[in-house]
Design a protein around this ligand. Structure first.
Ligand code: PLP
Length: 395
């Protein structure tokens, strides 16, 4: 088995399972029941996890709000900022944002909300021009939603200057850091954004838990205060086991974020790309020359049906992605690649490979060989089919 779809999700690490397990049955108390010791222990476990996550991204513990994942974090960030300043109806976003952000913005356009999202252009490398962004700011611009790293191409943006310039003009910045956290160092203070999303299952933690990091003083009203949990910022009985697992995954991710490990991962990715390009010289690595996550490779294989290739590999226990994982069932061209100027055909011929912290270089090279063999086999089948059909038509 080869698993190279870490941007879709990652295996829960053994010590994460171990850390979580007591909190399902033995330590089951509600963390809000602080009037007895079991409840206080649950609250303490949450406090420890909050500190671990805050430490990973250099945020203050008070700024970390537990939510159900990256999708909820994005929705809560955007709706909460809108609720705080309803006169600021104009939202800026990049066209390569994850559907968590795109669909949240779409929901905000519905009556009676009436938000006005504007998606800016990116260039063929998936980069956003600072001047273009700044010149799009209007008097009623409330929020700019920009990602730290793209889930399909791995393209990274340094938002520090952007966020500062936007703040000077009263615009709140939301950064989707779901794919960046745990893969590269992410520093909430240095990024200088106001709101930031994280998801545990991308970093070896459980699914169904994440965080919205909210800078103190940000104009934001909780869309779901419920029973006052998370200091009134996100209601609902706290899922203690998930939060504990998220904390442990964050602590482990922090240990992995050293130059040696990052360089090894990059070397893996580079070995994969070099081998693939030598076997299939017509293939193209997307955004190869800009800053990218060290684990991600988006490759266009001209003449190949990516979905068919990924399915064929999947049957053999080789798992990679096609376009965005969330669209894996549909053979729909990726909006990210379309925004970068790829044709529909090129989009449908693009695969996404994303390695994990334990991927070895020989596995990466083997994967390139398996992909190129399958791509060639598919092309041969297509050529045979076409010539058979031609022969029939002529006969
Ligand atoms: N943002 C990005 C960039 C993602 O890649 C994903 C998941 O693929 C999400 C948000 C959604 O995160 P979650 O699965 O935790 O809801």
């Amino acid at each position: 088995m080869i698993y190279a779809d870490y941007n879709a999700t990652s295996p829960v690490l053994p010590s994460v399972v171990e850390a979580m397990s007591p909190y399902f049955a033995e330590e089951f108390a509600n963390s809000a029941s602080e009037h007895y010791p079991a409840g206080r222990r649950a609250a303490e476990a949450i406090a420890r996890a909050r500190a671990q996550i805050a430490h990973l991204v250099n945020a203050h513990e008070d700024e970390v709000v537990f939510v159900s994942g990256g999708t909820e974090a994005a929705f809560a960030a955007l709706l909460g900022a809108y609720l705080a300043r309803p006169a600021r109806r104009h939202f800026l976003a990049s066209p390569v944002e994850h559907s968590a952000v795109r669909e949240a913005l779409h929901t905000l356009t519905r009556p009676p909300l009436g938000a006005l999202p504007e998606f800016l252009e990116v260039d063929s490398a998936g980069s956003l021009q600072q001047e273009r962004l700044q010149s799009a700011v209007r008097a009623d611009t409330g929020v700019a939603a920009l990602m730290v790293a793209n889930n399909e191409t791995g393209v990274m943006w340094d938002l520090a200057d952007t966020a500062r310039l936007l703040r000077e003009r009263g615009v709140v910045t939301f950064a989707d850091a779901v794919q960046a956290v745990g893969k590269v160092p992410v520093d909430f203070q240095m990024l200088d954004v106001d709101l930031m999303s994280i998801s545990a299952h991308k970093i070896g933690g459980p699914k169904g838990i994440g965080a919205l990091v909210i800078r103190g003083g940000t104009p934001w009203i909780s869309p779901m205060p419920g029973g006052g949990q998370e200091r009134g910022r996100r209601g609902g009985t706290s899922p203690v086991p998930l939060i504990v697992g998220f904390g442990e995954a964050a602590a482990l991710a922090e240990l992995r974020l050293n130059n040696q490990r990052l360089n090894a991962l990059r070397a893996c990715r580079d070995a994969f790309e070099t081998r693939l390009l030598s076997a299939l010289p017509e293939s193209r690595i997307q955004a190869r020359d800009v800053a990218r996550l060290p684990n991600t490779s988006s490759v266009t294989l001209p003449g190949v049906a990516a979905l068919e290739l990924v399915r064929a590999l999947g049957e053999r226990g080789v798992m990679i992605g096609v376009g965005s994982a969330c669209h894996a069932r549909e053979a729909e061209p990726s909006h990210v690649l379309r925004a970068m100027g790829l044709s529909v055909q090129e989009c449908l011929a693009t695969i996404r490979v994303s390695f994990g912290p334990d991927t070895r270089e020989e596995q990466a090279v083997l994967l390139a060989e398996i992909i190129s063999a399958e791509a060639n086999a598919q092309r041969e089948r297509t050529t045979k089919l076409v010539s058979e059909r031609l022969e029939k038509a002529v006969a």
